[in-house]
Design a binder for this molecule. Structure first.
Ligand SMILES: [Zn+2]
Ligand SMILES: [Zn+2]
Length: 98
């Protein structure tokens, strides 16, 4: 798990949880129902768990801009898509899993 503390604010996990709860733990692009924290995932493999992990994306790709309008909940596949092809200064490896 890679956290880039310099880019994300101290209360990032709270911000991210709020965004995800508002999205009802669904990807706001493809509608995939992801797994809320606390849900039993022992029947899933590690890679399956990753697929169903909801992440929060910044529209302007700037993790320092945590204005609500800049944030969207995405599944990991859609999130990756948003970071492919465009000119992003944030590589997927730098993304917070929150
Ligand atoms: Zn998705
Ligand atoms: Zn993103």
């Amino acid at each position: 798990m890679t956290f880039t503390h310099s880019l994300y604010p101290d209360n990032w996990s709270e911000i991210a949880i709020a965004v995800k709860q508002e999205a009802k733990w669904r990807c706001q692009k493809c509608g995939l129902q992801c797994i809320p924290p606390g849900e039993k995932t022992s029947h899933l493999t590690r890679s399956q768990r990753r697929v169903y992990t909801l992440q929060v994306h910044h529209w302007d790709r700037n993790p320092a801009n945590n204005h609500r309008a800049n944030l969207i909940a995405l599944c990991s596949a859609c999130h990756l898509l948003y970071h492919q092809g465009g000119k992003s200064n944030v590589s997927p490896g730098q993304l917070s899993l929150w």
